[in-house]
Design a protein around this ligand. Structure first.
Ligand code: CO
Length: 294
């Protein structure tokens, strides 16, 4: 008698569990597939920087026709600055929750960062959190930033070499300004310089907030008795760092430091996202993700 009762109870529990399961499973699978792309940049408050973002936006829309493209900025400082001007840019979290509400089921999140640094790590963590959300975006994958593999390194090196201004003579230097970070990924900048110098020994890579520092670069230029250098940002946009820390007139700008050392400086104010061959690298990463979402 007692065992019959427990079998009935067990049966009830089992069918309840099954019902819940079928409901959840069925609910998820019944949702129509809705694909989207979320492009994620550090951001910039400079209107001039918008060229870079527009270039990428145009290129991505050309490549993936009919897939809605959204944007998010990872820098909260930049977002706050822009909000004061009435421009409301999404964070990764706000963009993803909006896409979630709009019924997106498959989203490619493409990082437009340069290295796998802190900004990228935070992006990956945020995406991971969204993945575990009930009724969330079921297929959510992050695309790698610019320099993520040895292949990327080779592609970036060829693009950089190709983008060197035609007026530059071989005995003149090309000095790239990377952002730099305390994150271990900072090592990518020195690695990039190594690979660039295999192709062109007078190309140098320094950083504003990491190493190699401008003083290291200055010492290398002086050792090689370089008399003239092109200063070019190695950041997606030619924003605040490029215009002030690199090309500004203050004593501590790269231009001032090198000029004082007897090196003539020529400034190129163009971010990496203003060159199609650089954008190609990010778009290739996005293609990989879009294939995985199929
Ligand atoms: Co900075």
């Amino acid at each position: 008698m007692r065992s019959k009762k427990s079998i009935i109870i067990l049966g009830v529990i089992l069918s309840l569990l099954l019902a819940v399961n079928t409901y959840a499973g069925g609910h998820d699978h019944d949702r129509p597939v809705k694909k989207g792309i979320l492009l994620v940049a550090f951001g910039s408050s400079m209107p001039e920087a918008q060229i870079s973002f527009d270039n990428i936006d145009k290129r991505v829309k050309q490549e993936f026709k009919n897939v809605p493209v959204r944007w998010a900025y990872t820098s909260s400082i930049i977002r706050k600055k822009l909000a004061k001007e009435g421009k409301n840019l999404d964070s990764v979290a706000s963009a993803l929750s909006e896409m979630m509400d709009q019924g997106f089921t498959h989203v490619a999140v493409q990082s437009l960062h340069t290295i796998r640094g802190e900004e990228y790590d935070n992006l990956a963590h945020t995406v991971r959190a969204f993945k575990t959300m009930p009724e969330g975006i079921s297929h959510l994958i992050v695309g790698a930033p610019l320099l993520s593999s040895q292949k990327d390194m080779e592609n970036a090196v060829s693009a950089i070499i190709n983008n060197i201004p035609k007026s530059r003579k071989k005995n003149e230097a090309i000095v790239l300004m990377g952002h730099g970070t305390h994150h271990p990924s900072n090592a990518f900048y020195a690695a990039l310089m190594f690979h660039l110098q295999q192709k062109d020994p007078n190309v140098f890579v320094g950083t504003v907030e990491g190493t190699p520092e401008i003083d290291d670069i200055k010492a290398m230029l002086m050792k090689k008795r370089i008399k003239k250098s092109y200063l070019i940002p190695f950041m997606s946009v030619a924003g605040d760092h490029a215009r002030n820390d690199m090309a500004g007139d203050e004593d501590d700008s790269w231009k001032s430091i090198l000029t004082k050392a007897g090196i003539k400086c020529e400034i190129v104010l163009k971010g990496t996202a203003e060159y199609q061959n650089m954008i190609d690298i990010w778009v290739d990463h996005l293609k990989v993700v879009m294939d995985q979402l199929k």
